[in-house]
Design a protein. Structure first.
Length: 342
């Protein structure tokens, strides 16, 4: 009797060991599994996420802020990008969990596209997406081209309310197309909006990566998103690039850099001086000197509405007159504005 029980026990044990080995082989073959060597450089919180994913044989799930909006929630959005890049840099594939996101604004989509199109951010590491439960938010992500960028497909028809473009040069065709699109949606007919066209050209011309020393200036990719809010005549514009930003330019005056180091001047003070035309551009480019001051002037003349500018560690909301020191760096420059008939 005992022999039979012993044989049965050994058989069950062998079966259990066999299944464990089989599971282990499958786990080892999974290219997207989290390797222990990759976890080493993460912080404590990130290590917990990675270890949990490793045990489940799945990519780590990174939850997005519920309010995924850069103009309304800059600190949390940059914290998310910073956390995400830690995984990608260590070659750990991730699942972007949009499921419980309650708000997505078009401004953040330009940043999202810029980040995931930049190999200096993704390091060529794969990412997947858990789509939002909210159908409208999912549609917005689709229209931005983000699903396509991650290899996700969606055949459902959309409203065509969001248009996203990118380039590395001053593209007058894109500027004209964006101006026509905005005029049609805002005014109901095609009309010239000179401040808008000028602003787009200035933004494109300002997109430069300022190298240090004797290195040549290299063009950097810019992203433009144009969005018409459903049921309104408001058209929003987001322009961003992935360069070094306003305050990391190698041509920023030496005394200004010294003043920042000594704590005499803040980046917010310098940004204010630049947009008010009290400080010359750092690049020496034809467009650069009048770019931000001219945009600010058009905003003050009420030709552009709700102006936001962010770069490096400064976030400026000109409608509210607030300047925020960002806890995490924004590499590059970000501009947002709106146009409306009133």
């Amino acid at each position: 009797m005992r022999k039979k029980e012993s044989k049965k026990y050994n058989k069950n044990k062998s079966l259990k060991v066999f299944k464990q080995r089989k599971h282990h082989k499958t786990w080892k073959k999974n290219k997207n599994r989290v390797k222990s060597s990759d976890i080493f450089k993460l912080n404590r919180e990130q290590k917990k996420i990675a270890h949990k994913a490793r045990q489940a044989n799945k990519p780590p799930s990174i939850e997005l802020p519920k309010n995924f909006s850069f103009i309304n929630n800059p600190q949390e959005v940059l914290e998310f990008f910073h956390k995400l890049q830690k995984f990608l840099k260590n070659k750990i594939s991730v699942l972007l969990d949009f499921e419980n996101v309650e708000v997505i604004t078009p401004d953040v989509l330009a940043l999202l596209m810029a980040k995931f199109s930049n190999k200096e951010f993704t390091y060529g590491t794969k990412a997947w997406i858990n789509k939002p439960l909210n159908h409208e938010l999912s549609n917005l992500l689709f229209e931005s081209g983000f699903y396509n960028l991650l290899g996700e497909k969606k055949d459902k028809n959309t409203h065509g309310l969001l248009s996203t473009k990118k380039n590395t040069i001053v593209d007058t065709e894109v500027a004209v197309s964006a101006r026509k699109l905005a005029a049609q949606r805002t005014y109901g007919f095609d009309r010239k909006i000179q401040p808008l066209y000028r602003t787009l050209i200035e933004c494109m011309a300002n997109t430069k990566k300022h190298a240090s020393g004797n290195q040549l200036n290299m063009s950097e990719t810019w992203w433009l998103s144009v969005y018409n809010k459903p049921g309104t005549d408001i058209t929003t514009f987001t322009f961003c690039d992935t360069g070094v930003g306003i305050f990391k330019s190698s041509k920023l005056a030496t005394f200004t850099k010294l003043a920042i180091k000594l704590g005499i001047s803040k980046h917010s003070d310098i940004l204010l001086r630049i947009i008010e035309g009290k400080m010359e551009s750092s690049t020496g480019l034809h467009y650069r000197g009048k770019g931000l001051p001219k945009i600010y002037s058009d905003y003050k003349n009420n030709e552009l509405k709700r102006l936001f500018i962010a770069s490096n560690n400064v976030f400026a909301d000109f409608d509210n007159g607030t300047f925020i020191d960002l806890k995490k760096q924004l590499n590059g420059t970000f501009l947002y504005w709106e146009i409306s008939p009133n």
